[in-house]
Design a protein around this ligand. Structure first.
Ligand code: BG6
Length: 460
């Protein structure tokens, strides 16, 4: 449940993540009445910033921290003592002794450990609940991730730690468990007997523009596949949890998974749009992939033999994230020109679930045609407000619900799957295939998905 007497400290308050996602999410929750009315939000940043500037970047109710706290470094204990004094002065007006503090790390990963240590040592509220929220990148491979997780856990317990993967906060990703476990019809066709192949696709219509420095040292596999798409895969394929509790859900999330056959791409300039290598923030001659497709196999009785194709790319022809489940062919014989059933879960934009179905062509002739059963949200739920992922997750964290956060063992499994291919890429530096900015990705992609059994429907 939600605690009164809560202070939220956003570290990295002047940065991009805070500005684009965290502060707007906090404001959205506040405006919709989800935060306690006396909640206090403190921005903490290394960049010196005047109050007016911070306010114009953020929103007027967010309090600026003391100036001296704002300018000091993240590894300076005295700055955290000053922050604690500031928090105590805010909390002085509470009528009860309870003081709850939530610390959001909107920070580069190299300061995670010093900040975790400093807030534990100097800003830990003795009477109340303390929580930290951290977010990727959490390591570069299995070894470094374990090291980081262990260092953080020296100071903060699993119970106090909320590891964000914001895809787990998206409405349609949260809907997958309901779709699967609240519908007997879905449940019975959700396995290798009915399903031929599954694609999980992430497409963005823009390149790394200005973010090339961060991106180039990670690449699309670490940026999107290893976390966001793998999380979608896990809720899509997990066994039914014993209950909807956080631990029961997370216990089921990862069966043994292996990875094979990766196609890498990098965009080149087209139609006046700059190629990846023309981005000033990208090192010359970089072979960093901005596109990747890879196939995962899940080794359990439900999924053995079903390929899961994960694809993600920047600078493509559209922005879209979807799951596409392609079912097997019906036994041929009585109908011609029918297509495979496909269930599409469109995560964004325009949330939708639809099923490609064959139906009798209306009229006197007897033939079959492809159509859809369509649940498009903005038609079916015209007035519903779909929450932002960060709103949903911050609210969960404030309520102490870990269901949609990444447990340390999940992170381990996720890195285990991708570490071999990442080490191979880092070591051999294969040259990625080129694709034009604004295209559908490398030309070789069609053959890739067909190799894993995907049939393009004749109508599409
Ligand atoms: C982030 C990645 O985690 O997710 C970005 O670092 C990506 O590269 C973003 O653009 C996509 O998030 P969303 O919510 O816009 O799909």
């Amino acid at each position: 449940e939600m605690k009164d007497n809560t202070v939220i400290v956003v570290f990295g308050a002047s940065g991009d993540l805070a500005k684009k996602k965290i502060l707007p999410a906090l404001f959205g929750l506040f405006r919709q009445g989800y935060l306690p009315t006396d909640v206090q939000i403190v921005g903490y940043a290394r960049t010196k910033m005047e109050k007016a500037e911070f306010h114009s970047r953020a929103v007027s109710y967010i309090k600026n921290p003391d100036k001296d706290a704002a300018i000091s470094a993240y590894d300076d204990g005295s700055a955290f003592k000053a922050l604690n004094d500031h928090l105590l002065s805010i909390e002085a007006k509470y009528t009860s002794k309870e003081r709850n503090r939530m610390f959001y790390f909107a920070l580069p990963p190299n300061v995670f450990v010093p900040v975790a240590k400093n807030i534990k040592e100097h800003c830990y509220a003795e009477t109340g609940v303390n929580r930290i929220i951290v977010e990727k990148p959490l390591g570069r491979d299995l070894g470094s991730a374990r090291e980081l997780i262990n260092s953080l856990m020296q100071y903060w317990s699993e119970e106090e730690t909320y590891r964000i993967d914001h895809y787990l906060g998206k409405e349609m990703v949260k809907n997958i468990l309901v779709l699967r476990f609240a519908n007997v019809a879905m449940g019975t066709m959700w396995d290798k007997n009915s399903i031929s192949n599954v694609q999980i696709t992430f497409k963005e219509p823009f390149g790394t523009e200005g973010r090339g420095g961060y991106f180039d040292s990670f690449g699309i596999i670490r940026d999107v596949l290893q976390n966001h798409l793998l999380q979608v895969l896990s809720v899509l394929t997990m066994e039914r949890p014993v209950s909807f509790s956080a631990e029961d859900i997370r216990d089921e999330k990862y069966p043994p998974i292996t990875q094979e056959d990766t196609l890498l791409g990098q965009y080149v300039g087209a139609d006046g749009k700059p190629g990846y290598l023309e981005d000033d923030t990208v090192p010359q001659g970089s072979v960093c992939p901005t596109f990747a497709a890879t196939t995962l196999w899940i080794h359990n009785p439900r999924w053995e033999g079903v390929p899961f194709i994960l694809k993600a790319g920047k600078a493509l022809n559209e922005g879209k994230v979807e799951v596409r489940i392609q079912f097997k062919d019906v036994t041929q014989g009585i109908f011609k020109d029918i297509t495979r059933n496909e269930l599409i879960i469109r995560i964004q934009p325009s949330e939708a679930i639809y099923m490609k179905m064959n139906t009798k062509t209306p009229g006197l002739q007897t033939s079959a045609m492809a159509t859809e059963m369509d649940l498009t949200y903005n038609r079916r739920f015209a007035d519903a407000k779909i929450p932002e992922a960060y709103e949903a997750l911050i609210l969960d964290a404030l309520q102490g619900d870990h269901s949609n956060f990444v447990r340390n063992d999940e992170l381990d499994v996720a890195w285990k799957i991708f570490t071999p291919i990442l080490h191979w890429i880092d070591g051999s530096r294969p040259k990625p295939l080129s694709y034009a900015y604004g295209s559908r990705g490398p030309a070789e992609l069609n053959a890739f998905v067909e190799r894993y059994g995907y049939h393009r429907s004749p109508s599409a």
